[in-house]
Design a protein around this ligand. Structure first.
Ligand code: ADP
Ligand code: MG
Length: 596
């Protein structure tokens, strides 16, 4: 075929494809336009998961009638004039593409009025073909109505997911924007009822509750940090605000990690890794934190013109930003994280450090603990993540990931082991400790591709609910790689003939159930992560429980095994395995040393 220029119709559909991928992308573009127009109220109606209707109404500054047609044409924008402007973009939009793109793949109507005009104006565009601008009565602001999205691009329609998924994408998008713009009132309706409404009073915690539920919102920790402009790198100052989850609150995928830069939602792998690194070793493999982090920096320090949807960005100084995010989150996390050393006041008090915190965390306290560059002694991770030798402060190198050699004293309440170390007393949660031991042993055996398994004297038959049985069936190969011998044994029924020798004596039915609980359908993380997660769950189920009396030999061997672990201080799910009462704390408590 000879080379030809594409017809404008084809060209615009190709371009539209980059910007408008699904209903949620339309909602994103229209919401961003409303925000750029300075709206204080944004009202969104969605019908049929956005296939039938998406309408976004705002009370922003509007578009003058004579500019309406231009607004809907490609590369028409009021937000950018010179190419130089591209390098300090202050608005969310700048490409002048969205309205034209959306208009080319839907029945599109835009109605707008500016304050100085007595009337509003309306323009219809059908599949890229504009009608005439008509005068209509309208309030100040803009209403964009998008009907029958992709009616003329059937291939696109076929790629849409289920209504539930598309709808969820829209809701999660709007909620995130609501979180980023807490002073704007957002309302979402679906034709029947209001599905989301924010007050616009600046209260982010309340919006978090709409996003994650009250329980999760209560637990989220507030982060706040600033960095002065650093000389040399060219990177100007930055601020970071937002919320992160405590180590006890995790998800099995990265979907709840949210970053905004200068009011723009971005999907930046480097920011995600900075966050994950801040949680390094505090979370079990395959578990991820939740976050809503808002970064502000000079517009010239970030290039947003990298991708049509503007979700990817490039930084002037990537390393600086990475380390700023990593450090700020880590500090906040450690300031709030229950540390396995008990202060004299806590000793004897009933309050459990890992209890969810109340709303209204006192940040000043956390700042105080976190402000010094030297992490607190009780940061049991500092040495493993910080190669700087000067950080082995206070001469307690044993207080890193490892534990010192401990002398067993005994068991109390059939639940805790008591041990003495070079610096005081250790209380060890036998269940959490055993979980850690089993997990590390199993993963090590797996690494060496040698998981000894042990035949059961009598094979055990386990029946499951249909949905779980389906899931289990898919996981059978993996299970068998872990030293289980499990096979299908009739409808929804399985026969277990062997288990990993590590778990000898454990209940096979319990192990199988651990495997299918908390399984999320639409996640596809890496195989290694799936394995680690599953191993963690099985270990949890089969570890000794609290309330189980152990013989002195069992106690000693558990302690020895724990000492040999790489991360003995937390269970694979991130809970502490031990509490440390230092000699110093004891002395204070007994009044042997003056309280400071
Ligand atoms: P961009 O946002 O990149 O400029 P769009 O195609 O989204 O491109 O919009 C084109 C222009 O239409 C904008 O530059 C703006 O002037 C105007 N516009 C679009 N939506 C609104 C709105 N809700 N309120 C006021 N003006 C708007
Ligand atoms: Mg726009």
């Amino acid at each position: 075929m000879p080379i030809r220029l594409l017809s404008s119709e084809v060209a615009s559909q190709i371009a539209a494809g980059e910007v408008v991928e699904r209903p949620a992308s339309v909602v994103k573009e229209l919401t961003e336009n409303a925000l750029d127009a300075g709206a204080k109220h944004i009202s969104i109606s969605i019908m049929d998961a956005g296939r039938a209707l998406i309408e976004v109404a705002d009370d922003g500054h509007g578009i003058p009638a004579h500019e309406l047609e231009l607004a809907a044409s490609r590369h028409a924008t009021s937000k950018l004039i010179l190419s130089d402007d591209l390098f300090h973009i202050q608005t969310l939009g700048f490409r002048g593409e969205a309205l034209a793109s959306i208009g080319s793949v839907s029945h599109f109507t835009i109605t707008s009025r500016v304050e100085s005009a007595r009337e509003g104006a309306r323009l219809k565009v059908d599949g890229g073909v504009s009608g005439k601008v008509e005068k209509v009565g309208a309030p100040v602001g803009t209403v964009v109505r998008v009907e029958n999205l992709f009616y003329n691009v059937p291939a696109r329609l076929k790629f849409l997911k289920t209504d539930v998924t598309e709808r969820r994408a829209i809701d999660s998008l709007v909620t995130r924007y609501a979180l980023a713009y807490p002073h704007v009132r957002f309302k979402v309706t679906d034709g029947k009822s209001v599905t989301l409404q924010t007050a616009g009073d600046g209260d982010r915690r309340a919006i978090l509750a709409a996003l994650y539920g009250v329980d999760v919102a209560r637990q989220m920790l507030e982060v706040m940090a600033t960095e002065d402009s650093s000389t040399g790198s060219g990177q100007g100052g930055m601020t970071l605000t937002g919320y992160i989850s405590p180590v006890s609150l995790t998800r099995s995928n990265r979907k709840e990690i949210t970053f905004f830069i200068n009011g723009r939602w971005v999907q930046e792998i480097s920011l995600n890794s900075a966050l994950l690194q801040a949680y390094h070793t505090l979370l079990m493999v395959g578990r991820y934190p939740l976050s809503a982090i808002f970064l502000e920096m000079a517009p010239e320090d970030v290039d947003v013109n990298v991708h049509p949807t503007k979700a990817e960005v490039r930084f002037r100084s990537q390393d600086k930003i990475f380390s700023f995010v990593q450090r700020s989150v880590r500090k906040a996390l450690l300031a709030y994280t229950p540390v396995p050393s008990v202060s004299p006041q806590l000793w004897g008090a009933r309050s459990v450090p890992s209890e969810p915190r109340e709303i209204g965390i006192d940040w000043s306290m956390a700042q105080e603990t976190a402000s010094s560059d030297q992490l607190p002694v009780t940061d049991y991770e500092s040495r493993s993540t910080n190669p700087d030798p000067s950080s082995t402060v206070h001469g307690q190198s044993s207080f890193s990931t490892g534990v010192p050699l401990l002398r067993l004293i005994g068991q109390i309440g059939s639940t805790y082991l008591v041990a003495e170390g070079p610096d005081g007393l250790y209380l060890i949660d036998q269940h959490a400790a055993h979980e850690r031991v089993l997990f590390e042993k199993l993963m090590a055996q797996r690494e060496n591709k040698n998981i000894p398994s042990q035949q059961l004297l009598t094979p055990e038959v386990v029946t499951m609910p249909p949905q779980s049985a389906k899931t289990l069936l898919e996981q059978l190969p993996l299970l068998n790689r872990f030293g289980f011998e499990v096979e299908e044994f009739g409808t929804n029924t399985f026969q277990v003939r062997a288990m990993p020798a590590l778990f000898s004596g454990g209940d096979p039915a319990s192990a199988l159930r651990a495997l299918v609980e908390d399984f999320e359908e639409d996640e596809s993380p890496l195989q290694a992560e799936v394995e680690a997660r599953i191993a963690g769950r099985v270990c949890k189920r089969l570890a000794v429980k609290g309330g189980q009396a152990l013989t002195p030999e069992e106690q000693r061997s558990l302690l020895n095994d724990l000492e040999a672990c790489q991360s003995p201080r937390t269970c694979p799910h991130g809970r502490p395995t031990m509490i440390h009462l230092t000699v110093d704390a004891l002395e204070r408590q007994f009044g042997r040393r003056g309280a400071r």
